[in-house]
Design a protein around this ligand. Structure first.
Ligand code: NAD
Length: 379
């Protein structure tokens, strides 16, 4: 059972049941630990039934403790039929892009999870918020900072929670790195290096290679993981960046960036470097500290991840990252636990993405990044 405080416990148990319990005969914490209260699972609707929804999120929602699949939004009627059968969804839980806003009237849907091409994140996140639903938005949050601002404002106005699909913040190896940094287990982090890349082949018309739909190439895709790793691996937001772009297959990557490298300066003298590519394989986070080092490799796939430090290997049992992430967000809503990847984190990363593109446009110029010290760090 998840830990709850006395007030939450009382709220859940309700007066009637509490009245019948001999509270004085059992210490409250033992009573709470021995009692399983009826847990309301929050309903999640997936918007966009592409590969991430199909192969990761929907299967994970069969394992989640605090949320479950209660809706789908798709433009393809044949897909809807397959999903209805597979996940036992009746017709009133199936929406398309035209009647999406009717989701407001469906009390079985608490959270809307936007899993669409990047150019559609802002529109559907905002519509979901206006429908009164909590929002999970996939990465990257939008095409630019202005879109992130609009999503955050819409969620604030509607009084709904906003989380990013940053699954690694719920993942145990990543959480261990964050603890190493916070506790200074190896002293101050002096240098951080993060790479996230894969080789893209196949359909040249895919949305990820279409700038209007993706907003950019490798940087808008895997590059977000490199940025994230540099930040949680150093514990700081960068103060400046210098970036370079490399193109070896301009015929294929006509509109979008193929490979990008960038160097970060962090407050206090820590430096970092990142690489992202759609034309190389890389999946690593390395931190060099005053009295040791840590490394994850792989660092950003669906797991299991693998880690080692100057003091030896680290090891955690594997669970679906998506299950952990969606349960974390549901618990944030149900129990007020910290939001591990809030909208501000998505916005912060877009500020950095924009600075990297600006540096490249200006021939590798050093670009100052103006972010408050702990902005977007999450809980
Ligand atoms: P995908 O191409 O497999 O699926 C996209 C879905 O959007 C499809 O169902 C498609 O039919 C639908 N769609 C609606 N309008 C469309 C249009 N105009 N053009 C193209 N498709 C349209 O993509 P995906 O891999 O599922 O990625 C979806 C989102 O999830 C992206 O933002 C991506 O960055 C994110 N993602 C995140 C992770 C993660 O680990 N957090 C992993 C994969 C993808």
């Amino acid at each position: 059972m998840a830990p709850v405080n006395r007030r939450q416990f009382n709220q859940r148990m309700g007066k009637g049941l509490l009245g019948t319990l001999a509270l004085g005969s059992l210490p409250l914490n033992r009573l709470m630990a021995s009692c399983s209260y009826p847990q309301k699972k929050l309903g999640i609707a997936l918007v966009g039934l592409g590969s991430y929804s199909t192969y990761q999120l929907a299967p994970a929602l069969q394992q989640t403790q605090y949320c479950r699949l209660t809706g789908i939004v798709t433009g393809t009627p044949e897909k809807a039929e397959v999903w209805k059968k597979k996940y036992k969804l009746s017709a009133e839980h199936v929406y398309n892009y035209e009647n999406f806003d009717h989701i407001a009237a469906n009390p079985a849907i608490d959270i809307v999870y936007i899993v669409l091409p990047n150019s559609m994140h802002a529109e559907y996140s905002i519509r979901a918020a206006r429908a009164g639903k909590h929002v999970i938005c996939e990465k990257p949050m939008g095409l630019n900072v202005a879109e992130c601002d609009a999503i955050i404002a819409a969620c604030r106005e509607a009084g709904v929670a906003l989380g990013m699909g940053y699954r690694l913040h719920s993942e145990p190896y990543t959480q261990q790195i964050k603890r190493f940094v916070r506790d200074k287990t190896f002293g101050e982090v002096r240098f951080i290096s993060a790479d996230a890349a894969y080789i893209s082949r196949g359909n040249p018309n895919q949305w990820r290679l279409n700038k209007a739909l993706s907003g950019g190439g490798a940087l808008m895709n895997m590059g977000v993981y490199s940025i994230q790793s540099c930040i949680y691996g150093s514990g700081k937001n960068p103060a400046a960046v210098t970036a370079q772009e490399f193109s070896t297959r301009p015929d294929y990557f006509g509109e979008t960036d193929e490979t990008i490298t960038a160097q970060f300066e962090f407050p206090g003298g820590t430096v970092g470097q990142m690489m992202t590519s759609h034309n190389a394989r890389a999946n690593r986070l390395y931190g060099s500290c005053d009295s040791g080092w840590f490394e994850l490799q792989p660092a950003n796939n669906y797991g299991p991840l693998s880690g080692r430090t100057s003091q030896g290997p680290i090891s955690f049992p594997h669970e679906s990252q998506q299950k952990l992430q969606m349960d974390d967000f549901a618990r944030h809503i149900l129990e007020g636990t910290p939001n591990s990847a809030p909208g501000e984190m998505g916005r912060r990363d877009m500020v950095i993405v924009e600075a990297i593109y600006q540096s490249i446009r200006e021939g590798g110029k050093r670009i100052a990044i103006d972010l408050p010290e702990n902005y977007g760090m999450g809980g």
